[in-house]
Write a protein that binds this ligand. Structure first.
Ligand SMILES: *Cc1c(COP(=O)(O)O)cnc(C)c1O
Length: 360
């Protein structure tokens, strides 16, 4: 039957998520599977979030608060802005889509790195915009080259910091230089999904640009350190003018009621965040040490994953590890990404990797 579809849509390939644990168990009849593929928090959800989940159950027949009043108030308080600076999303992924649909007319351009988070290109293309990609330089965003890539058609510039999949970051000085070089009408999208894991003190204060009234948005999520990926909730902090525009295309009940409740509780769970950071730090040291025994040196990471050259075809290593019950992520060529897990998971990964390397 005849079907009309725009070539922009036909050109896309469906996003391939990390393989679910249950799927691998089913396929290989394995009882124990370790998933280090999707940068999830290995210690699980915030206990404070878990404690409030059932409170929302009795009112599930009601639509959520479309304005997310309580959650936005709490976030505004935390980030020292007014609530009209905050927009919620069904995951911060959704806000990426809202940005593309709101600000890109067909043919308008969005500048982004290659490699970076694959959703940017997907959303920009789906909105009939043009993704302008700028290669990384030594595994980091090449900010001068990104500034050069700006044209009168540029509407958005995506800056994933720390970057997924590399884990690398750009500093406050580098970002200040970038912003001094680009026209003010370009909206800078600071995707800070891994913000809470960052250790370096020269990490940019992107939120300060928003507070100055710059055309910028800071995206954060409850999917990573807060351990709530399954609930789908993320947020953006941006100027009231930009939230006002995004709200014109935002589906009214995009943040569900249980997620709003859980996010509110998780936001106040500093203990869980601190513990998650500590587990990540220890796991990072363990993995770097273990990997160095094979002669592998991951790219320095400020996030909860490591990106490395595995020395041979990454897809083969990925598949061989699957047969050992360990799920990682093949990115391209010899490059793989491994989420930092709990100590036993990291150990199991290193043992499985040793077997794979020995088998040749
Ligand atoms: C995980 C991730 C997100 C967001 O995830 P949501 O679950 O949609 O909130 C956004 N950006 C990057 C770079 C990520 O890695």
């Amino acid at each position: 039957m005849t079907l009309h579809v725009h070539s922009d849509i036909a050109s896309l390939t469906p996003y391939v998520p990390g393989k679910p644990i249950e799927e691998l168990q089913r396929e290989l009849g394995l009882s124990r599977v370790i998933k280090l593929a999707s940068n999830e928090n290995p210690i699980g959800p915030s206990p404070k979030a878990l404690a409030v989940l059932s409170e929302g159950a009795a009112t599930l027949h009601r639509y959520p608060d479309g304005g997310a009043f309580r959650l936005r108030e709490a976030m505004a308080d935390r980030w020292k802005v007014t609530p009209d600076h905050i927009i919620l999303g069904n995951g911060s992924d959704e806000i990426l889509g809202l940005l593309a649909r709101t600000f890109l007319a067909p043919g308008d351009e969005a500048v982004m790195a290659d490699q970076t988070f694959v959703i940017y290109k997907m959303e920009v293309t789906a909105a009939h915009g043009k993704a302008v990609t700028v290669p990384l330089r030594q595994w980091r965003h090449d900010l001068p080259a990104m500034a050069e890539a700006i044209t009168p058609r540029t509407r958005l510039l995506f800056l994933c910091n720390p970057n997924n999949p590399t884990g690398s970051m750009v500093s406050s000085g580098e970002v200040a230089q970038l912003l001094s070089r680009i026209p003010e009408q370009v909206i800078v999208v600071f995707d800070e999904a891994y913000f809470e894991y960052v250790r370096r003190s020269d990490f940019p204060e992107a939120m300060a640009y928003v507070k100055q009234g710059r055309n910028a948005i800071v995206l954060r999520t409850f999917s990573k350190i807060y351990g709530l990926a399954g609930l789908r909730i993320g947020y953006g902090v941006t100027t009231p003018e930009i939230t006002g525009l995004l709200n014109r295309v935002r589906p009214p009940f995009n943040a569900n009621s249980i997620a709003q409740r859980a996010a509110l509780a998780a936001l106040g769970d500093d203990e869980h965040v601190a513990k998650s950071r500590a587990v990540n730090q220890a796991g990072m040291e363990q993995l770097i040490k273990g990997l160095s025994a094979f002669g592998f040196t991951p790219i320095p990471s400020e996030a909860n994953f490591l990106y490395l050259d595995i020395g041979r075809d990454g897809r083969q290593v990925f598949e061989a590890l699957l047969r050992q019950g360990v799920i990682i992520r093949h990115i391209e060529g010899r490059m793989v990404r491994v989420t930092i897990g709990q100590a036993e998971e990291n150990e199991a990964f290193l043992i499985a990797l040793a077997r794979v390397m020995q088998a040749g």
